[in-house]
Design a binder for this molecule. Sequence first.
Ligand SMILES: C[S@@+](CC[C@H](N)C(=O)[O-])C[C@H]1O[C@@H](n2cnc3c(N)ncnc32)[C@H](O)[C@@H]1O
Length: 299
Amino acid sequence: MTSQEPGRPASLDDVKGWFPETDQRLFTWFLERQDQLGESGDLVELGSYLGKSAILMGRHLRDGETFTVCDLFDSDASDDPNRAEMARSYATLTRAAFEENYRAFHDRLPEIVQGPTSSILDHVQPESCRFVHVDASHLYEHVRGDIRAAQVMLRPGGVIVCDDYRSEHTPGVSAAVWEAVITGGLRPVCITPMKLYGTWGDSGPVQDDLLNWLEKQEDVWHEVQQVAGRRLVRVKKKRAKKPDKHKEKVRRLEERLAATEESLAETRHLLASVRGSVSFRVGRAVTALPRAMRGGRRR
Ligand SMILES: C[S@@+](CC[C@H](N)C(=O)[O-])C[C@H]1O[C@@H](n2cnc3c(N)ncnc32)[C@H](O)[C@@H]1O
């Protein structure tokens, strides 16, 4: 990924990062639902990069709540694999760039923990959060720790979102996430192509509400599957319908036919007016006279 265009971002689209539109819609839905149900608690993001998802999460912060983001930004990782990951994918990242982006949308910065996510429990109280986004290292050992920390930080019924749970280049995340589901009591609510949304509380009511909402969304596709005996909702953006090639060809031919008919009608009209003119009639008479005389001689 190239670095962000210079200048103050005006919309979330201007902020570089990895936060697809469907996930933006779902974050908003989950956070607004908590608001409507009066579920209070803090927000945490592990892995913020340039702030794309943090900026959206910050919009849902209410009075008395804290939003904490944790990222290495421009400091060093504690182990070689994580160092290599940072050098490969986030070499140009700085905390200043995150702060500048965040400030373009919010008056106040979140609490910033610049350091490894393994230190997050030194900064966030157990059972204090309603929403935790896990989106930092892709290494199994790290993600496993991040999911455990999320479980500690979340209140009963709180929501965890795990990024990159199925990408080809992140098998460590897949292993850690599904391990939490199979052996750690994490109940998936729904999945998108990029993220898994779950809870250690009862996933039933939130799934029912989600399905109700999804029924009304025209541009979002969904289906229900069973995984390890539990309901799981798959959500993704509806593909725009491909234009029917045959219909398109017929439409273009009809357009051309209509244009040809129009120009033919114009030509006919022009011809009729020329035929009716005095100069045309005189011209015809002049050419007709010698022809008549020649014809007369032949007889
Ligand atoms: C995929 S990016 C986050 C994307 C971001 N949430 C967005 O919306 O664009 C991953 C982030 O995790 C950070 N990171 C990687 N390993 C980390 C670690 N061990 N502790 C803290 N942050 C880490 C990187 O610096 C990077 O900013």
